[in-house]
Design a protein around this ligand. Structure first.
Ligand code: AMP
Ligand code: GLY
Length: 433
């Protein structure tokens, strides 16, 4: 099988690494890839967002399967376009991808399917949104409806904070059209978990779960980022919780999309909050997570090409999906100054060290005169594995020590379960009521 992966991050490097282990793979391309994918596949110089050009390249290369990593091309209808020219693609259609590309769509769908989610109201009109907020001044979460690269979510403690978030979205249009509709949500508390399942439109695979870290600094201090680390499985994950999430969240949503005539095929990612009243959905994503992929793809037992083909053909019932019991921790190394201003072009050393139980998945890197150099903010993910989370964490941080580039920085508390548990325990200083 000739396969084309769309995307250029560490998620896509991890996908390429995992697909390389498929006996059925004969050739692998990545559009546009990075310095890591260049070593195990052929990079194509075409933007992952160019939904016009990708089908043409895929036709020209005689591609048998396209695997789409990021949400933007899915939301822009890449899978529909590939389908129109007869090329099988792993990922949902544009209609099914609305589960991520419109928060109000996802919430309405959950309401229809009886899936636990925060109380919410959506607004197309700023004045109406502001007058609603005047009557509901408690802690609220304001969200731009559309894709905003993880930046469109605001936790607001006061009316003023909430009002300025609404204005930023609606009249100032800082997210363009993505903020023309705004969702006002109830604030939920509890530990967060990212849950993933393959779907063939009707059926789901067993779930796999991971935790990710969005803030820049240890103890969840500092600005939001594209993700600073992850681990899998979470310490609290068990069969009972997985069963509850399958029954109350994943299956009802897959069935609701099928009933609407827009079946969901691909990997469904639910961002959940484990509240006192049980798991509730914060968001759905229409793809693998980043940096979660870097710790869940190594857990996948079996042939990913068979599983992806089964999702596309509606044959998941005949294709067992299994997740291994090993533990993985992923530490993201970033450029000095990220997520604000940073410099690039620094050589990365130590990538070739062959340490057991570790993997490096590159993101913002490129090859320049035979050397791997930095090309952006989130440079790479160092993954360690072990029979326990502590072993996985030690392996990852040991390997981090051997990697060098000017200004490299990373969080020191990834997969530290005790430190993470402290983060969601109620803050005794916080206002109540
Ligand atoms: P989202 O992009 O919707 O997942 O939101 C990004 C982050 O904001 C989540 O990972 C949560 O940490 C937080 N968040 C989103 N919605 C809520 C909510 N209703 N209550 C509390 N935190 C939330
Ligand atoms: N880990 C967050 C995301 O992939 O959206």
């Amino acid at each position: 099988m000739k396969v084309l992966i769309v995307g250029s991050g560490a998620r896509e490097h991890a996908l390429a690494w995992r697909l390389r282990q498929s006996p059925g793979l004969t050739a692998l391309w990545v559009a546009s890839g990075n310095g890591g994918t260049a070593q195990i596949a052929t990079n194509l110089n075409v933007s992952p967002d160019d939904v016009e050009a990708i089908p043409k390249y895929a036709k020209g290369l005689g591609i048998d399967l396209v695997v789409v990593g990021p949400e933007q091309p899915l939301a822009a209808g890449l899978v529909d376009r590939l389908d129109a020219v007869g090329i099988p693609a792993f990922g949902p259609t544009q209609a099914a991808a609305r589960i991520e590309s419109s928060k109000s769509f996802a919430l309405e769908l959950m309401r229809e399917a009886g899936v636990p989610c925060p109380e919410f109201n959506s607004f197309l009109d700023e004045t109406l949104a502001l007058s609603f907020l005047e009557k509901h001044s408690e802690l609220t979460v304001i969200k731009a409806d559309g894709l905003a690269a993880g930046k469109g979510v605001f936790m607001c403690r006061t009316f003023e904070e909430a009002a300025s978030a609404v204005r930023a979205c609606m009249s100032q249009r800082v997210f363009g059209g993505a903020g023309d509709t705004v969702v006002i949500e109830e604030f939920l508390e509890g530990p967060e978990v990212s849950v993933f399942a393959f779907s063939d439109g009707e059926r789901l695979s067993p779930l796999v779960a991971a935790c990710d870290y969005k803030r820049l600094g240890d103890g969840d201090e500092g600005p939001n980022t594209g993700g600073m680390g992850s681990f899998a499985p979470p310490d609290f994950w068990n069969e009972e919780l997985a069963g509850e999430i399958t029954r109350t969240i994943m299956e009802p949503v897959i069935h609701a999309l099928a009933r609407r005539g827009t079946p969901y095929r691909g990997v469904l990612y639910a961002g959940l909050m484990l509240t006192d009243q049980g798991p509730k959905v914060l968001e759905f994503n229409c793809r693998f997570g980043d940096p979660e992929s870097q710790v869940i793809l190594p857990l996948l037992v079996g042939d990913p090409l068979d599983i992806m083909a089964a999702c596309i053909e509606g044959k998941l019932a005949d294709t067992p999906v299994e997740w291994s019991k090993r533990n993985y921790a992923g530490v993201v190394m970033v450029s000095a100054g990220y997520p604000e201003k940073y410099e690039t072009g620094f050589e990365i050393t130590g990538l070739d060290a062959d340490e057991r139980n570790t993997n490096i998945f590159q993101a913002a890197t490129r090859i320049e005169s035979g050397r791997v150099v930095t090309s952006g903010g989130r440079v790479l993910t160092v993954v360690g594995s072990g029979d326990s989370l502590a072993e996985a964490r030690d392996a990852a941080y040991h390997r981090v020590q051997s990697i060098g580039f000017q200004g490299a920085s990373y969080r020191g508390d990834i997969a530290d379960v005790e430190a993470r548990t402290r983060l969601w325990l109620p803050d005794p200083a916080a206002p109540t009521g």
